[in-house]
Design a protein around this ligand. Structure first.
Ligand code: SF4
Length: 362
């Protein structure tokens, strides 16, 4: 099958306000071509659903938990309610957002609670989901399997020295072991990792990452551009050039790998370049807070301008009988009641989008 239907080499490069070197432009031309030779242009928004803001490790040097550890005393205080998590899963279903993964820090709740969240989110969404919840034992994997299709490991960086320094309590070896066991497991799980660009790895260090992808035969990777957190040692995220180079090299080296690229309010102007670099989807955009805002429409437009078929909805509130949709769900009645109680808070925001002043995001 010839998938190369949208690629037009003459169309390439509208630079707008972002300027790229000639070398990067050439690289993007190649990565865009590789993308369209291997995919049909279907592009989506992936939503990470957080279960909790707590983390029992709390010492990764870039993470906001490392600055808040002293403030977070009880896991219960940082845990989201089932109803709010399930509402988010329902929005994913109704707006055609894919659930990137269910996530949270380490030690956020007992396994039985995690299982309950996983089962309910999968039920509301109507499909098996991905999890990114640290190291999961073989026994727990077996119990999660009816609701889970893939496991993502937050590696952050594969550079051994930088990893040791930035993630002192979660050694690469622990994830290595889990990913090996996933390969051996009788139950089939897809495998993915998440990495952050901007922790110190140079593009010349990319073989650490590439070797890891090869070694574990990964199905997917999620990349984020570092968003520096006040109070950490990091002051600056990667520029567009550096970020898209990583994605483009990945696309060229791994033509069929699913690549999900993080963006955010401040970086949303680069969404088109993430497409040229060969990303399959975007994630991390604050879609519930920004639904139907100028930024949400910009992200959609930039993606479509690259010849992509953007299948998710970030901007148009459809006519939906929300209470009827909640009634149809196969979950405990008490959660339905609570979802309905919370629903209006979200719908009011969706119906009255507030454009955040550009300068406020800088
Ligand atoms: S394990 Fe994850 S949540 Fe915990 S401190 Fe590290 S990056 Fe943050």
């Amino acid at each position: 099958m010839n998938l190369n239907i949208r690629y037009n080499p003459n169309k390439f490069i509208h630079v707008g306000e972002i300027s790229l070197s000639e070398e990067t432009k050439k690289l993007l031309k190649k990565s865009e071509k590789v993308y369209f030779e291997n995919f049909d242009g279907k592009t989506w928004y992936g939503r990470c659903i957080f279960l909790s803001w707590y983390c029992s490790l709390g010492d990764c040097t870039f993470c906001f938990r490392s600055t808040q550890k002293h403030k977070i005393k009880h896991t219960e205080d940082s845990k989201r309610t089932m109803a709010s998590v399930l509402l988010e899963a329902l929005f994913c279903k109704m707006f055609n957002w894919r659930i990137e993964f269910l996530t949270g820090g380490y030690g956020i709740m007992p396994f039985t609670d995690l299982l309950e969240f996983t089962k309910n989110v999968s039920s509301v969404y109507g499909q098996k989901i991905w999890l990114n919840l640290g190291i999961i034992s073989e026994e727990h994997l077996q119990r999660l399997q009816p609701y889970v299709k893939g496991i993502c490991a937050s590696m952050e960086t594969l550079h051994p020295e930088i990893h040791k320094k930035t993630c002192p309590s979660k050694p690469i070896e622990h994830y290595d072991k889990m990913l090996y066991e996933l390969n051996k497991s009788k139950k089939r799980f897809k495998k993915s990792i998440a990495v952050i660009i901007g922790l110190g790895d140079k593009i010349e260090d990319k073989d650490y990452l590439f070797d890891f992808i090869d070694k574990h035969k990964l199905d997917r990777i999620t990349l984020y551009a570092l968003k520096p957190i006040a109070g950490t040692e990091f002051k600056k995220g990667p520029d567009v050039e550096e970020y898209v180079q990583w994605i483009a090299h990945l696309r060229i080296r791994f033509p069929k790998l699913e690549i999900i690229a993080g963006t955010n309010l401040r970086r949303s102007e680069e969404a088109g370049y993430l497409m040229k670099a060969g990303a399959n989807a975007v994630t991390k955009f604050p879609a519930t807070k920004q639904f139907a805002t100028k930024k949400a429409k910009l992200v959609e437009k930039l993606i479509v301008n690259e010849g992509r078929n953007f299948i998710s909805n970030l901007s148009k509130l459809p006519e939906i009988d929300w209470n009827g949709e909640i009634d149809k769900l196969l979950i405990d009645e008490k959660y339905k009641v609570r979802m309905k109680e919370k629903l209006n808070l979200y719908l009011e925001k969706f119906e009255n989008p507030i454009d955040v002043d550009k300068e406020m995001n800088r």
